[in-house]
Write a protein that binds this ligand. Structure first.
Ligand code: FES
Length: 579
């Protein structure tokens, strides 16, 4: 039961499979009921394939095939692959929101890895929250780990136009409400949007997080953009399987890849791709697990100077399939590197530096991937706003906003929660005009609970019918990465935690000044104190189960919304025997 290389450090899995005693018998014998030959237990690296496959997660429904390809690569490199399931998070079906379960899945991943005889792990990630959840859980174990994204869907196509996941749902919905599209056409478009395996093919949260995987160095080059239906996605899975075995032999642990430099590369990359605001909370949470000191200000400081280079929906016109043909993320990383915006020597999972991987990356289409000195949009990053309305900070994505609204003063129209918003938004008697500021409360981490993606609340029908497409909106919620608008999100502290957002009343004047990074409620301190004394939380209270654990322990958005007791890592120390 020894590794073929006698000088190699003993693998963790040897604590289970390497013993010639009663315990070793038990660990091997039951595994052999799967038809596994004895030589697989000879001390070779055991690779866990952490699979978020589920038919309830359509974006990850092809992951069984992907796992089989990973296994081929693992076997080829002399490893022993073992696939295991973890809870999957399907963005489109789960209620109240997948974000509430991100931390639960991270616990599932962490404990599944630590409890089992694994030496290295491949994370199969795709739909929005599956990526951060698996990275967070694995980070707390710190084994050699490689993340493999499932890939985006092929471009959506409705008659003669390209349509993008999510982005066109918002667009078509507004058109139906404005009387510019029939309900029949709306229904037909739904089959045209999702026409292949894979996740959302806009630069939404899933594609953003797949890009973060690559920019962090946690995935192989080209991880972000190869379409799920392209046979080269299966090749990438095969190569990932090969590589993870080598990573175990090299003891290339996650902590050697996920350094401060890696996170800085990821933040700048998020700016260059016009990525989702959701990346802010996810990267903060992953950094928290890894013990890397990252904060909200880093997003503004590092990312805001980076212009948006990619012309992809929701900010632009193309889709992930086009992005792949144009050169994908390596072409973007090369642009950053050539302009001093990349830590070139950051280590990646293939054992090479970031610059080794991307220095020669070609750009085949400048209409899709622009040059940094002639960018697609001047501001790609995420702006952090502060003021008496958001002492803990709030975020806004300039590339998805209307330039004329980024300096705006308006009268607040307040919705106490999402039900209040739904009940009144299309009431013809609602006192609102296009210059107002829509305020939505109680949609933050504790308040919803789970911080739902409702921050880009649709405009009132009567405003849409005037041809108005955007208004300033402020909430403690998140926004789908496929959405757009002048939307202030993640306001901290949230209303349910007693943040100033809870004190806003109809008619208050709110000032948004993106250039000055200011979000100001024009109400005097004495009046605010009076309102604070009378404030009663309107957030729902959960008395049991995971929802209670979540509400009791979730941290605010500026800290990544992790549970307070999950921050940091325990490593992969082998637990004691159970018998
Ligand atoms: Fe799964 Fe968009 S719904 S990635």
């Amino acid at each position: 039961m020894t590794d073929s290389n006698d000088k190699a450090p003993k693998n963790r899995s040897a604590e289970w499979f390497g013993k010639a005693d009663k315990d070793g018998f038990g660990h091997r014998s039951w595994m052999k009921n799967q038809g596994l030959p004895h030589h697989l237990f000879d001390g070779r690296p055991v690779i866990g394939i952490c699979n978020t496959w589920s038919e309830l997660t359509p974006c990850n429904a092809h992951f069984r095939t992907l796992a089989e390809r990973v296994k081929r690569g693992v076997y080829e490199a002399g490893g022993f692959p073992l696939e295991f399931p973890v809870m999957s998070l399907g963005e489109t079906l789960m209620r109240p929101t997948t974000m509430m379960f991100r931390n639960l899945v991270s616990m599932d991943v962490e404990e599944s890895i630590r409890a089992n005889p694994l030496d290295g792990v491949i994370l199969l990630v795709g739909c929005d929250k599956t990526t951060p959840a698996l990275l967070m859980g694995a980070a707390s174990c710190d084994l050699p780990t490689l993340a493999l994204s499932g890939g985006p869907m092929l471009n959506g196509r409705f008659r003669d136009q390209q349509i993008g996941s999510g982005t066109h749902v918002w667009k078509f919905d507004a058109m139906v409400k404005a009387g510019e599209m029939t309900l029949q056409d709306f229904m037909e478009a739904e089959s045209c949007m999702s026409r292949s395996i894979g996740h959302c093919m806009t630069m939404g949260t899933a594609s953003t997080m797949a890009s973060m995987v690559e920019a962090l160095g946690m995935g192989l080059p080209a991880n972000a953009a190869i379409p799920a239906a392209d046979s080269r996605r299966n090749v990438l899975a095969h190569m990932a399987g090969q590589r993870i075995v080598e990573m175990v032999r090299e003891d290339l642990r996650m902590s050697k890849v996920l350094t401060r430099q890696a996170f800085e590369n990821a933040i700048r990359t998020n700016g260059a791709i016009g990525g989702s605001t959701n990346a802010v909370v996810h990267l903060l949470a992953i950094a928290g697990r890894m013990g890397v000191d990252l904060n909200l200000e880093d997003w503004d400081r590092l990312g805001v100077e980076v212009p948006c280079l990619v012309n992809l929906m929701p900010s632009g016109e193309f889709l992930m399939e086009d992005f792949y043909y144009a050169g994908g993320l390596p072409a973007v990383l090369r642009e950053l590197g050539e302009h001093g915006l990349l830590h070139k020597d950051a280590l990646t999972v293939n054992g090479r530096t970031m610059w080794d991987n991307v220095a020669e990356a070609p750009n085949w289409n400048r209409e899709v991937i622009f040059a940094l000195d002639a960018p697609f949009k001047p501001e790609g990053g995420i702006v952090v706003l502060r003021g008496n309305l958001a002492p803990g900070g709030a975020v806004l994505k300039p590339s998805a906003s209307t330039p004329e609204l980024m300096q705006h003063k308006g009268r607040a129209v307040v919705f106490e929660d999402i039900d209040d918003y739904k009940a009144r938004i299309d009431d013809p008697g609602l006192d609102i005009d296009a210059s107002c500021v829509m305020v939505l409360k109680n949609c933050g981490p504790k308040g919803y609970p789970g911080m739902a993606e409702v921050g880009n609340m649709a405009l009132p029908q009567k405003i849409l019918k005037q041809g108005v497409e955007d208004m300033v909106r402020i909430s403690d919620a998140r926004m789908s990465g496929t959405a757009y608008g002048t939307v202030v999100l993640h306001t901290a502290p949230e209303a349910a935690a007693g943040g100033p957002l809870a004190l806003v009343q109809n008619g208050d004047i709110i000032e948004l000044d993106v250039k000055g990074r200011r979000l100001h409620l024009d109400v005097g301190d004495a009046e605010l104190d009076k309102r604070r004394a009378a404030w009663i939380s309107a957030a729902p209270v959960n008395e049991r189960g995971y929802a209670k654990l979540y509400q009791d322990h979730v941290m605010q958005a500026d800290q990544g919304c992790d549970l307070d007791f999950l921050v940091g890592k325990s490593g992969a120390v082998v637990p004691r025997e159970s018998h």
